[in-house]
Design a protein around this ligand. Structure first.
Ligand SMILES: NC(=O)c1ccc[n+]([C@@H]2O[C@H](COP(=O)([O-])OP(=O)(O)OC[C@H]3O[C@@H](n4cnc5c(N)ncnc54)[C@H](OP(=O)(O)O)[C@@H]3O)[C@@H](O)[C@H]2O)c1
Length: 292
């Protein structure tokens, strides 16, 4: 069986990938075990494990910090672009295939989505620009490498980089009796990392052609609609009001409509990810927020 090196293995997507990538062949490495910004450590890991694939989930993605703070912006380009480019070149030298994660935030400045893989990217914030540069460097390193874009991730492990995930934040605020205001002018395809991990495992097993693949749960909603469904499923009734991005005044601009059409995976014959409301319900059950 071909060996797979998994980087960023303790993140929310990394944790779910550990469950679905084939066990004897999987080498999961956390940031403590391998910092992707250290090219010597990356070279040593490739030499030691000689994987057929590297799956890279590592990222620096505190979107607002990256926008307002120079040191965070430098960190974003170091982790999301330079390190990913160096990793891709190191993989290419060893004829190892790389699958690296990217984001719907490479879109947003042009016409609204849904976006197919070949749609011209146009990021509206610094995080999106750092991920797009990472994509460019991966593709420049070799035609067999794969970029998987996804969006609005939530998983049982929660994101350490972001301090949890959107679903848990909503539930915490509601249980604290807080009034909740959520934007209804940003439309996306929120995605459960358990489903994304399973789709990535199928993609790797299919030995796909190189290039970009979009993998998200089916359908689309605004963050407000997503919150509304979270509370309906969890049986909570907080005071929930829609707002606009302009009124919300986050430091970083977000795409108004960043839904990703999963066209290349479908063309390979891979099954679509289930609709986002079903995925959300499965997540709430897995976390014990609703009865199993
Ligand atoms: N979260 C979203 O909504 C979203 C949406 C679209 C795309 N994505 C992309 O999907 C991927 C996975 O996201 P996620 O939500 O699973 O993120 P996550 O939970 O924050 O996991 C990212 C992991 O990367 C690790 N990491 C950070 N810097 C590193 C470094 N220099 N070397 C090695 N590991 C490092 C982190 O380790 P520590 O825990 O030790 O910091 C963490 O385990 C990322 O590429 C992200 O850009 C995310």
């Amino acid at each position: 069986m071909h060996r797979i090196l998994l980087l960023g293995a303790s993140g929310q997507l990394g944790t779910d990938l550990r469950r679905v990538l084939p066990a004897p062949a999987l080498v999961p490495l956390t940031r403590g075990e391998l910092d992707v910004t250290d090219p010597d450590a990356v070279a040593r890991a490739l030499e030691a494990h000689r994987p057929a694939w590297v799956v890279n989930t590592a990222a620096f993605h505190r979107v607002d910090d990256i926008e307002r703070d120079e040191a965070s912006a430098r960190m974003a380009f170091a982790v999301n672009a330079e390190a990913v480019g160096a990793l891709a070149r190191a993989c290419e030298r060893r004829r190892t295939r790389l699958l690296s994660l990217s984001t719907d935030y490479v879109f947003g400045g042009g016409p609204p989505g849904p976006y197919a893989e070949e749609a011209p990217p146009f990021p509206v914030n610094t995080y999106g620009r750092s991920k797009l540069e990472g994509e460019r460097l991966v593709r420049a390193a070799g035609p067999d490498h794969v970029v998987v874009r996804s969006s609005g991730l939530y998983g049982v492990a929660g994101s350490s980089g972001k301090g949890g995930n959107f679903v848990e934040t909503m539930l915490r605020l509601a249980r604290a009796g807080r009034d909740i205001t959520v934007v209804d002018d940003q439309i996306l395809g929120p995605t459960y990392t358990a489903d994304l991990a399973a789709a990535i495992a199928r993609l790797v097993a299919a030995d796909p052609p190189g290039g970009i693949y979009h993998l998200t749960n089916a359908g689309a909603c605004s963050w407000f609609e997503f919150s509304h469904r979270i509370f309906a499923l969890a049986g909570l009734k907080p005071k929930l009001e829609p707002t606009t991005s302009t009124a919300y005044r986050a430091p970083a601009r977000r795409p108004a409509h960043s839904v990703l059409a999963n066209t290349r995976a479908a063309a390979l014959g891979l099954p679509p990810l289930r609709p986002w409301p079903e995925a959300l319900e499965a997540y709430l059950r897995a976390k014990g927020h609703i009865a199993a």
